[in-house]
Design a protein around this ligand. Structure first.
Ligand SMILES: *Cc1c(COP(=O)(O)O)cnc(C)c1O
Length: 380
């Protein structure tokens, strides 16, 4: 019998999503504004900080959030943007939309995120150029070394756009990821820790940025009875229908974090006795990852020749989804001419790394199936 597929990370509804969506229908708020959009934004802002000092603009995607952040900082084509290379294209594509110069920065081995040393090296090398922003990422939910990154950013007076698309629910020094940068991007795409099917948000402490993001994301319409435009905007605002899904999802976010962290512990216990497999791991107590995805490195020299591609293919044959880590953006054909600073840490991570099924809705039976297949590879 054909077994059902075990996905890498599939949507996991809490229950109240349909209630909020139904409200949108009942009240006929089927628009890119309405009570669900406001309610979702407020839920995010108060989740990120008890002080009520953060503002959120709900948007169509995390990529749109980063794009607006670059706009709000006044990015020009001659500017340089320093971007973590080890990431999804949603981090760096907005830099290309703006026609600015991308400089890719390597990862460090502790968190797999932006290497502070490579970052500073790049800033020094670009002396005389305008560096408009630094974009670090909390990859797979693991907080980047924000203390180091922010102190370099402050030293050279460069704003940070924090890509927290994968890190809602993660914390660093007790502070929520998404509250470190001048602005931060969140994503609610279908496979993220919570989802609105597709969506994102821009978060900032500075209310002015968020007011402007709301303005720019609704086609930059000036105050007038007719449609009046003194600048070019975007159609990036989240719909009140999907924001209803988001409101329901926010109610279960902490539970989802717990479930993903429990998955991570299960995998750690499984691999405890197995040579050559290591994990993306919180370096110390100041890091709290939502463990959106559990990621391992397989070193064929220590695993008796088993490599990540072999594991991925055997999992696939057994209807189990797994995926190589993000291919570094500086290795992508579209960025073959981009500048890269670092020693190639992210290249090695890409070679050896694998994301394991990590959905918060995985069952005990799913884990039994996964471990049985892993047994056939690692416990021959
Ligand atoms: C998902 C993601 C994005 C972009 O989010 P979308 O909502 O899909 O546009 C950006 N950066 C990272 C690291 C992501 O994982």
């Amino acid at each position: 019998m054909l077994k059902s597929k075990i996905w890498l990370s599939s949507p996991h509804m809490g229950g109240n999503e349909e209630v909020y969506v139904k409200e949108a229908f009942t009240s006929n708020w089927i628009a890119p504004l309405g009570p669900n959009v406001n309610g979702f934004e407020n839920a995010i802002s108060s989740y990120l900080s008890d002080e009520k000092d953060y503002e959120t603009a709900a948007l169509v995607s995390g990529t749109a959030a980063i794009h607006l952040a670059l706009r709000l900082l006044g990015t020009k084509t001659e500017d340089y943007i320093l971007v973590q290379s080890f990431t999804f294209c949603g981090t760096s594509n907005p830099v290309s939309y703006e026609g600015a110069n991308i400089v890719f920065i390597d990862s460090e081995e502790d968190t797999w995120n932006m290497c502070p040393d490579a970052l500073e090296e790049a800033i020094v090398a670009l002396k005389g150029k305008t560096i408009r922003a630094i974009i670090p990422v909390h990859l797979y939910g693991m907080p980047a070394k924000m203390n180091e990154i922010l102190s370099i950013a402050n030293k050279y007076n460069v704003p940070v756009i924090e890509d927290a698309a994968e890190a809602l629910g993660s914390k660093y020094n007790g502070k929520a990821c998404g509250t470190f940068g001048t602005m931060a991007a969140l994503s609610f795409n279908g496979n993220k820790i919570i989802t609105t099917s597709g969506g994102g948000a821009l978060v900032a402490k500075n209310r002015d940025y968020i007011d402007k993001a709301r303005f720019l994301s609704t086609q930059a319409r000036d105050e007038a009875p007719h449609y009046e435009h003194s600048q070019i905007g975007f159609n990036y605002r989240m719909s009140n229908v999907v924001a209803g899904i988001g409101r329901g999802q926010m109610e279960v976010l902490d539970l989802r974090v717990q479930q993903r962290r429990d998955n991570n512990i299960r995998y750690r216990n499984y691999f405890k006795e197995i040579e050559g497999v290591s994990f993306q791991t919180e370096p110390d107590d100041s890091y709290f990852s939502n463990y959106w995805l559990t990621c391992i490195l397989i070193d064929p020299e220590k695993s008796g020749g088993i490599d990540r591609e072999q594991v991925r293919l055997i999992m696939e044959q057994n209807q189990i989804d797994s995926r190589p880590l993000w291919k570094p953006m500086h290795l992508q054909p579209v960025h073959k001419d981009a500048i890269f600073f670092g020693t190639g840490v992210c290249e090695k991570l890409f070679e050896q790394g694998l994301c394991l099924p990590s959905g918060s809705n995985l069952t005990d039976e799913d884990f039994e199936r996964i471990f049985k297949v892993l047994d056939s590879i690692f416990k021959k």
